[in-house]
Design a protein around this ligand. Structure first.
Ligand SMILES: Cc1cc2nc3c(=O)[nH]c(=O)nc-3n(C[C@H](O)[C@H](O)[C@H](O)COP(=O)(O)OP(=O)(O)OC[C@H]3O[C@@H](n4cnc5c(N)ncnc54)[C@H](O)[C@@H]3O)c2cc1C
Length: 407
């Protein structure tokens, strides 16, 4: 049996690993192996887009162990905060949150109760409600305008109003994994690239953009396959998406700048930033040791629509806009050693209300399977964990459909 896997991100690599003992596998990847988890090399490896994991990421933890990297897994309680104007407020400890001047005590209490409750709710029950109308019902205008809407706008831009309450609840629950000193998150020391490399070892990966056709059998770039597993974003399917009757899914783009700085900006790992061209400032070397890199590494993260806004600006223009906003934090151009910009056109589906109905089934046609960011395990927020699970689940489905289990 021969299977074509389209995309060598985590989903594609997982599918291939789950099926490699049963079938000949060929992976088609038109960019970098690792997909959104790909890294730069600068004497060390560093992700193009910031990445960390959570204790609840059971699938990812299992895969890390399976590929012999559990000894490199580190957990750290990091400090997080919010920047209003040129002031940075640490919101890492209960005391700091209590002292935060831009919210009343009553609002803070309501927020704390909401956070605790969000962990116990079934997100799917809130799929048909928009986050903006749900929070307006529950919170004062001040919390809506100064806390929730900036967070939604930073992540979804013009689509902030249509995002589902299910997404917001999941987001709040996952970001509230708090210890008394801050938020606990994990990382594979020296980079996730080690996981990508181990998962890719021994697999046939060709650097080609996949053109898929059906003529009695599935053809990828002219070669016949018994089955195709498509793990790239749905728009890359082109006309096939219509043939499969897939609902249209809106995506957003990510723009991430990675900077090497002469000095650290603060002692916080993650700062949400108000009214800037980037929505978050993430100081990686406040998470992993400075000595691993020998320079201060900072991400500036922004989201935009694929057909407009920041995504379509040149790298140079983005760099200028970001550096202008960085001045707020006392960083001048001469304080920057280097800056690299990465963009991902389809970096996440927009989890708009009613998204549950848009989830892509694994099997869409005889011999054609889809898994990845729009699969059920990635609802209501995509993650490394969700993609690894989708990869495993689609492989199980293929084994069942082709009777591969007992061979
Ligand atoms: C800014 C940012 C920060 C993130 N932070 C985190 C985090 O902290 N924690 C976390 O768990 N997750 C995080 N994620 C999400 C995580 O990176 C993704 O959910 C996961 O890596 C997706 O894997 P995937 O294989 O499903 O998709 P992708 O990584 O998108 O893989 C799809 C692959 O298909 C390839 N492809 C596309 N078209 C074609 C074609 N025509 N032919 C051949 N190949 C093609 C692409 O090049 C790509 O390599 C983040 C994502 C972003 C953008």
């Amino acid at each position: 049996m021969k299977i074509a896997v389209i995309g060598a991100g985590l989903t594609g690599l997982r599918v291939a690993n789950e099926l490699r003992d049963y079938s000949k596998i060929k992976i088609f990847e038109n960019d970098q192996v690792g997909g959104l988890l790909a890294s730069y090399y600068n004497g060390y490896r560093i992700e193009k887009f910031y990445h960390h994991l959570f204790k609840t990421d059971s699938e990812l933890l299992e895969v890390i162990k399976k590929f012999g990297l559990d000894h490199k897994l580190v957990w750290k309680t990091v400090r997080v905060g919010f920047a209003v104007g040129d002031e940075i407020f640490s919101l890492s400890t209960p005391l700091e949150i209590l002292g935060y001047p831009h919210m009343s005590l009553f609002d803070k209490l309501r927020l704390a109760i909401f956070t605790l409750r969000s962990k116990r709710l079934n997100y799917e029950d809130f799929d048909d409600e928009s986050a903006s109308s749900a929070i307006k019902k529950r919170f004062s205008g001040r919390v809506v305008d100064h806390f929730f809407m900036p967070m939604l706008k930073a992540k979804f831009g013009d689509n902030a109003e249509i995002v589902s309450f299910a997404w917001l609840l999941a987001r709040v629950a996952i970001r509230s994994n708090r210890k008394l000193r801050g938020e606990e998150i994990g990382y594979i020391r020296h980079g996730f690239q080690q996981l990508v490399d181990r998962m890719a070892e021994g697999l046939e990966i060709v650097k080609e953009s996949a053109r898929i056709k059906f003529s009695g059998k599935w053809l990828v770039n002219g070669e016949e396959f018994d089955a195709v597993v498509f793990t790239a974003p749905i728009p890359a399917l082109g006309e096939l998406a219509k043939d499969f009757n897939l609902p249209s899914i809106r995506y957003q783009s990510s723009i991430c700048a990675l900077l090497s700085l002469k000095e650290s900006i603060s002692d916080l790992y993650w700062i949400n930033v108000d009214k800037a061209n980037f929505g978050a400032l993430i100081e990686h070397t406040n998470f992993m040791p400075f000595e691993d890199y020998g320079e201060h590494l900072v991400y500036l993260a922004s989201y935009s629509m694929p057909d407009g806004g920041l995504f379509n600006q040149s790298d140079l223009e983005i760099q200028k806009l970001f550096l202008k906003d960085l001045k707020r934090f006392g960083v001048e151009e001469e304080d920057v050693n280097w800056i690299k910009i990465s963009k991902a056109k389809y970096s996440s589906p927009i989890y708009e209300k009613g998204f549950l109905k848009k989830i892509t089934p694994y099997k869409v046609h005889e011999g054609f399977y889809i898994a990845g960011m729009t699969s059920k395990p990635n609802y209501p927020e995509r993650s490394m964990n969700g993609s690894l699970r989708a990869g495993k689940e689609v492989a199980e489905r293929i084994k069942k459909d082709f009777g591969l289990e007992n061979s």
